[in-house]
Design a protein around this ligand. Sequence first.
Ligand SMILES: Nc1ncnc2c1ncn2[C@@H]1O[C@H](COP(=O)(O)OP(=O)(O)OP(=O)(O)O)[C@@H](O)[C@H]1O
Length: 289
Amino acid sequence: MARQRVDEPIRTTIGEPHEEASADARPDRPTAGAPLLEVDDVTLRFGGVVALDGVSFTIGEGEIFGLIGPNGAGKTTCFNAMTGIYRPTSGEIRFGGQRVTGLRKHEITCMGVARTFQNIRLFPEMTALENVMVGADAHHRSSVLSALFRLPRYRREEAEGREKSLRLLEFVGIRHRAGHVARNLSYGEQRRLEIARALATDPKLLCLDEPAAGFNPAEKEELLQLIRDIRDTGVTVLLIEHDMRLVMGVTDRIVVLEFGKKIAEGTPAEVRDDPKVIAAYLGVPADAA
Ligand SMILES: Nc1ncnc2c1ncn2[C@@H]1O[C@H](COP(=O)(O)OP(=O)(O)OP(=O)(O)O)[C@@H](O)[C@H]1O
């Protein structure tokens, strides 16, 4: 499949109709590439609560990977451990073969991991464009002095960041909102803006925490297409999502957590038919599901 990087001029297919393909029958489904993110026997305790209990899985380059499970299963904790917010009690997380356990958030961002949050976290009084430019700044090399005196290098980086941010706003379908302050954007637009800001850090892995929360069916369809478009630019996507139709429709592989443990892993079809998964979601013992 032709790949397009997000720092190249970007086409947008937001809002265009697309065929709803069966999760496992899509002919264009790529096979997973080299391991990108490895979660290796990770346990994370909060006092007496074991939020993650010996969890292991590997995400391959180019995959759209789903992390699902009932409320309190440990999904967000897993995201937080991957992105440097929490340090695992034991176990290791590697990104591109390099250990990230114990690194700071910005160090992990610079390695190529970006995320959005369950509760949208934008700068509400800044414009959409400025919000994305904050993400683009992550890789700027200008010194504080250079920025203070607006030296040529700073001005060049600022102009490049602005162009790139406008392209990303176009990619996520809200270019026309560039000059509006974030708090005046609709809920769906704010979610897209968060994605654009995360993409501005040039991630290799984009982690989306419940990106469809609060969306109507039409918005979910558009999000599904956006996630595919993001993957087609070469970015690997990790998705936490409660909407099963969306997860089953867009992911290549899924890991299911329950009470901090991995209870299943496989293709959407394998996971959907797994009695342990059915039991976890219905709240009944596996042999009774
Ligand atoms: N900072 C914290 N301090 C103490 N316990 C926590 C903390 N964060 C999460 N937990 C606990 O860890 C467990 C896993 O929570 P987590 O938020 O990761 O689940 P989740 O699968 O993301 O749930 P949801 O789908 O409801 O967002 C829960 O029992 C939760 O109460």
